[in-house]
Structures are given as structure tokens and as C-alpha cells.
Design a protein around this ligand. Structure first.
Ligand code: ADP
Ligand code: ADP
Length: 590
């Protein structure tokens, strides 16, 4: 007997899952063709986007957007077909690159492995300010995507895609399910209602409670769908997170009611538009509901200290389009812990005199993880707390980047030298990346055009980010005159680990010091594009520390920065091994 299986799951958006992967029998021929084509190396973000285009995660979208789709997405959050699509998915390239209309190009990853072939049907300009304003509601460079977009190419290309190879991942393979594979698994679980939970953070008890309640309310299954593509820099890395999700899913959920699957999404931190996008993507994976919390996909605060989006904007926008999209919003209800009864309850259901307990996100980081103290089991399951403790050393063992910026001769190197000695005295290992020194090896050959300076700063930033990731303290001292580039490095290193020190010495003072005689040369026109003379210096608007080198000595200033780091927990207040014998010098025994 032949059984016709009718899916119990919601259909993909646009009714059909896009599938751009070429059939196996055509792969060899296309690969051979591709070896003669011009190549384009994709960014990590574009690789993620390509994967979701290829597997139908972005259905009905089947390519990087062309101009008309792009414009309508900006203006109305819709594709030209009328389907909702709130986030532009584009493939930017540099102007002047060797890409022409009606030609095929090979799309490769960072390791130059061939992923896809694109037929270039459109090449068009895009406007950064417009995209920033319409999609992110802001042009503030503290928005990670706004600052990232400054280094994207100025042209977008679009055209039919033939995908030869999905990006290869070797970690947690069994959990990396495409939309079709996710649907197949959900199908066997036999519930029509599927509640998706999007996350880029470790899950605590409150999330467990909330997801279990949501599943119970709709009598469905939970699609625990953490993002493992790109999240916000500074987030707990996905290896650690996935270990916690696995522990939770295996130990604390009914196996018939949960499916853990990893989503290779490159997040945009676009708040409301992003929440709607998450709902659309989850429909393609078979979900009928999406849990949307406070400040969903919010990037934190702007440069004036205000949140980019209102706390419920994301819920509201997603709800407005929920019927059309076919995905219902499950609002993240406020739950509190009742210590006397050892259980969680909805805030709205308890009387005013009930004793409650909570630990804020900031407290989790500051008072527990950074301090090396394990989270209590009512707050976080012990299996999860242990994994977090292992991967999250206390603050004074975490990395930090101290980024000095200021005019040539401002006193960056001089102050940095004193500061380095103080840090080492306080028991931290330090790497110094001085602009002048870096230019003799890592950046040898680079000049002072805007482009070369940006390359220099990004190289320093790249090295700094790696060192910080491995728990090192790195001191960078370069003029770094451009605000956007510095913000870029801030995001690369991670906001919480980046301390911008503005050495705010007036130009006249730097010029009168003229340590290397360069200002004199610049005034005579013998050096071009000299910062402060005929090239701009964009002072930081919100540096963590600002130094005055006219009224304070290098040593005084070094202590200002040290105090800041002690306050932040990156350095312990006492000198290890030094006891209380402050006046004791020269290492002589008393
Ligand atoms: P940069 O690294 O910013 O280009 P340097 O540290 O190489 O600047 O040069 C700063 C010059 O200014 C040094 O010669 C230093 O001795 C002098 N100077 C005078 N007062 C100060 C101060 N308070 N802080 C730092 N440098 C000072
Ligand atoms: P940037 O941050 O612009 O890459 P670096 O700190 O790496 O700058 O190098 C700046 C140093 O190079 C200055 O201290 C100065 O001595 C020297 N220099 C040479 N030409 C220029 C220039 N056109 N503008 C600024 N600094 C210059």
C-alpha cells in the first residue's frame, strides 16, 4: 500500500522551500567551469546568508537582493512579489572590482573553497545612510551593523545562484539541521504547533520555565533554535553555548517535546525588523510560534547611552504582521522565582507580599561569572553553571584592549610605556602594539592615505581581538584618526573588553613638542596628509578615559587608566605577592 503523507506542519513562507543546491550529477561539470571564472571571496556574513538562501531558510527569497527588491525591503519591508521581508540580504562588492554583467563568477569562502556560482544579472549602488536609517533606525556608529557597513563595498550584485557546496562545519554536526531536515524531524514528533525559541545567550532556569510553559499552552513542541552564525561580538562563544543547550535539552526537557537545532544565521541586531525576520525564518523551519522577549535582537546602547529600540518595539512589529506571516508571537512573560516555594511564577499572578528572588543579567556577569562564583541552582541548572564557569574566567583573567588615540606627539607612547609597567606590576601579561612599531613589520609598506591608515588600524585591531579572546591585555597606541574605524575595532574586540583612551592634547602643544620634527615638515608641505595639519583627526565622542597631558604627568595619567581598570575588575586592586608593604622598593628584603 502506498501511503501519501500530508504534512502536519505549517508550509514554508511562499509555500515552497527554496533549494539552490545543484543536483549531484551536475556538480563536477560546474566545478570544472568555475575554475575558469573570476572569483569573489565572501565575508563570513555573506557565507551565512548564502547558506540560508541555499537551504530555503530565507524562502521565498532565492538570491542576494536585486535593486528593486532591495528598495522595497528598505521602504516597505517587502519583496517585489509582495512577501514580507524586513532585512536586506545583499552581496556588496568594491567598485572597480573585476565583475561584469551577464558573467558568471565563482563565490568562495575565506579559505578560497568554491561554494557557488552566480550569474551576475544586476550591479547597483546602495546608500549607506539610507540603509542605516531605514533598517536600523540609526546612523550611530555604536550600532555594530552600521559601523560594519562602512567597510562594505559600495555596489551590490545580484543574480541566479547555483550552490555547489554548503559551508562545511565540523562541530556539533548532528545538530546542524537544514529547514528540510528540521521539518522531517518535527514531522516525526507529531505536533502541529511548534514554538521556536531564538537565542544567542546561555539559558537559565527562567528560560527553561518560559519555554516549557509556552509548549504546554499550545500543546506543541519546542524548537530550541540558537544562532551559531554571527551574533554580537562579546557574546559567549557558540561552542560553550551549544554545550549548555545540549545539557539542558538532554537532562531537563521531555525528549518528545523538544528539538534542538542550530541556526547558521548572521544576526543584524536590528531589533524590531530583526524579530520579524526571525519569525519568517522560523516559519521556514516549521514553526507556528516564536517567543519574542524584551528588546529582542537589540544591540545595546547608542553613543548617547540610550537604547537603540524601545523594549517592546520588536514584539509589536512582529505581532502586527503575525497573521500575514502565519507565525504567532508568544510574548516573553515576566517570571519570578519564589524561594519559599522553590518554583517560578508569573509576576502578574503573585501578591505584593510574596517573597521573590532574581539576579539580573548584569549581576550574572559582574557578581558571579566575573568574580568566579558559581550561579545558584535555582537560577541556573548546575550542568549549565559548570560549563559557563569553565569558559568564563573571572574578570581579572579576561582579556582587555586599551586603545590609545590622539594626535602625533600627544603622548600615547609615553603614557603607554608607564602604564605597561604598572599593569605588569599588578600581575597582568601585556602586549604592546605601538603604531610606529607596527608600521615597521606588520604594516610595513603602508602609507598614510585614508585607505592605508584603515588597513593599519584594522590589522592592529585584528591582532588585538585575538589576544583579548585568549585572555591577554593588549595596549594599542596609534593615531587612529577616524571614528568609524575605531568603532569597528571596538566591535571586533567586543564592547565590554575595549577601553578607548583619548590622549586629548591640543594641536598647538603637540606641534610645540614636535618630537620627530614632523609637524615642521608638514607645515612646510614636505609631508602630505599629516593628521591635524592637512588630514582630519576625529576626536572620540565617548571615550572611556580622557587624558590631559598638559596639566598631568605621564605617571599621573597612567594611574587614571589603572584606576579605571581596577574599577572594571580587569586588574586586582592589590599587587599580587606584594602584601601590604607599599613603601618597599628595589626588591630588597627588609
Ligand atoms: P605619541 O605616541 O602620541 O605620538 P609620544 O608619546 O611619542 O606621542 O610623544 C609625546 C612627547 O611629549 C614625548 O616627547 C613626551 O616626553 C612629551 N610629553 C610632555 N608632557 C607629557 C605628558 N604629560 N604626557 C605624555 N607625554 C608628554
Ligand atoms: P595611524 O593611526 O594614522 O595609522 P600611526 O600611529 O600608525 O598612525 O603612525 C603615526 C605616526 O607616524 C605619527 O606618530 C608620526 O610620527 C608618523 N607619521 C608620518 N606621516 C604621518 C602622517 N601623514 N600623519 C600622521 N602621522 C604621520
Amino acid at each position: 500500500m502506498i501511503a501519501t503523507t500530508v504534512s502536519t506542519l505549517i508550509s514554508p513562507y511562499g509555500n515552497k522551500l527554496v533549494d539552490l543546491v545543484v543536483p549531484t550529477e551536475e556538480v563536477d561539470e560546474l566545478k570544472a567551469q568555475a575554475s575558469h571564472l573570476a572569483s569573489l571571496q565572501l565575508s563570513a556574513r555573506s557565507v551565512c546568508d548564502l547558506e540560508l538562501l541555499a537551504t530555503g531558510g530565507f524562502s521565498p527569497l532565492d538570491r542576494f537582493m536585486g535593486q528593486e527588491d532591495h528598495q522595497r525591503v528598505l521602504d516597505e519591508m517587502r519583496l517585489t512579489s509582495g512577501h514580507l521581508f524586513p532585512i536586506p540580504i545583499t552581496l556588496p562588492v568594491e567598485a572597480g572590482s573585476d565583475i561584469h554583467l551577464d558573467q558568471k563568477i565563482a563565490l568562495r569562502n575565506a579559505k578560497n573553497e568554491l561554494l557557488a556560482v552566480m550569474t551576475v544579472e544586476e550591479i547597483y549602488e546602495w546608500d549607506l545612510a539610507e540603509v542605516a536609517q531605514k533598517v536600523f533606525g540609526s546612523q550611530d556608529l555604536r550600532h555594530p551593523l552600521v559601523s560594519e557597513m562602512h567597510r562594505w563595498g559600495k555596489l551590490n550584485i545580484s543574480g541566479q545562484l547555483q550552490v555547489l557546496q554548503l559551508p562545511r562545519n565540523y562541530d556539533f554536526k548532528e545538530l546542524r539541521l537544514t529547514p528540510a531536515e528540521t521539518r522531517a524531524k518535527l514531522e516525526t514528533m507529531g505536533h502541529q504547533n511548534v514554538v521556536a525559541f531564538q537565542t544567542r545567550n546561555p539559558l537559565h532556569r527562567v528560560h527553561e520555565e518560559l519555554t516549557k510553559r509556552a509548549v504546554q499552552d499550545v500543546d506543541g513542541v519546542l524548537l530550541l533554535h540558537p544562532v551559531v552564525g554571527m551574533t554580537k561580538s562579546g557574546d559567549v562563544d557558540h561552542y560553550t553555548r551549544v554545550r549548555t543547550y545540549k545539557a539542558l535539552a538532554e537532562e531537563h526537557y521531555d525528549p518528545d517535546r523538544i528539538l534542538l537545532s542550530l541556526l547558521p544565521l548572521a544576526m543584524r541586531m536590528a531589533g524590531p525588523r530583526e524579530a520579524l525576520w526571525h519569525a519568517l525564518i522560523r516559519r521556514n523551519y516549521g514553526a507556528t510560534h516564536l517567543i519574542v522577549g524584551r528588546d529582542h535582537a537589540g544591540p545595546g546602547k547608542d553613543s548617547n547611552g540610550n537604547p537603540f529600540y524601545g523594549p517592546y518595539d520588536a514584539q509589536e512589529l512582529t505581532e502586527q504582521h503575525s497573521d500575514e506571516l502565519g507565525v504567532k508571537v508568544v510574548p516573553f512573560r515576566a517570571l519570578v522565582y519564589l524561594p519559599d516555594e522553590d518554583r517560578y511564577e508569573e509576576m502578574s499572578k503573585i501578591s505584593d507580599d510574596t517573597r521573590t528572588a532574581s539576579i539580573s543579567g548584569t549581576q550574572v556577569r559582574e557578581e558571579y561569572l566575573h568574580a568566579g562564583k558559581q550561579l545558584p541552582s535555582w537560577f541556573t541548572r548546575p550542568e549549565v553553571a559548570e560549563i559557563l564557569a569553565e569558559s568564563y574566567p573571572p574578570r581579572h583573567q579576561q582579556g582587555a584592549c586599551i586603545w590609545f588615540t590622539g594626535l602625533s606627539g600627544a603622548g600615547k607612547s609615553t603614557t603607554a610605556e608607564v602604564f605597561t609597567a604598572l599593569l605588569m606590576e599588578h600581575g597582568r601579561q601585556v602586549t604592546v602594539l605601538d603604531g610606529d612599531v607596527v608600521r615597521t613589520h606588520l604594516s610595513k609598506g603602508l602609507g598614510f592615505s585614508k585607505e592605508d591608515r584603515d588597513i593599519n588600524i584594522r590589522r592592529i585591531g585584528f591582532v588585538a581581538a585575538e589576544l583579548v579572546r585568549h585572555g591577554g591585555v593588549v595596549i594599542c597606541a596609534a593615531v587612529s584618526p577616524y571614528r568609524a574605524t575605531r568603532n569597528d575595532v571596538r566591535n571586533l574586540v567586543g564592547q565590554d573588553h575595549f577601553i578607548e583612551v583619548f590622549v586629548d592634547t591640543p594641536l598647538e602643544v603637540c606641534e610645540s613638542r614636535d618630537v620627530k620634527g614632523m609637524y615642521a615638515k608638514a607645515r612646510r608641505g614636505e609631508i602630505k596628509d599629516f593628521t591635524g595639519i592637512d588630514d582630519p583627526y576625529e576626536a572620540p565622542l565617548h571615550a572611556e578615559v580622557t587624558l590631559d597631558t598638559v596639566n598631568h604627568t605621564p605617571e599621573e595619567n597612567a594611574y587614571v587608566i589603572l584606576d579605571y581598570l581596577i574599577n572594571q575588575g580587569f586588574v586586582r586592586a592589590f599587587v599580587p605577592g606584594n602584601g601590604h608593604s607599599k613603601g618597599h622598593t628595589n626588591g630588597k628584603a627588609n
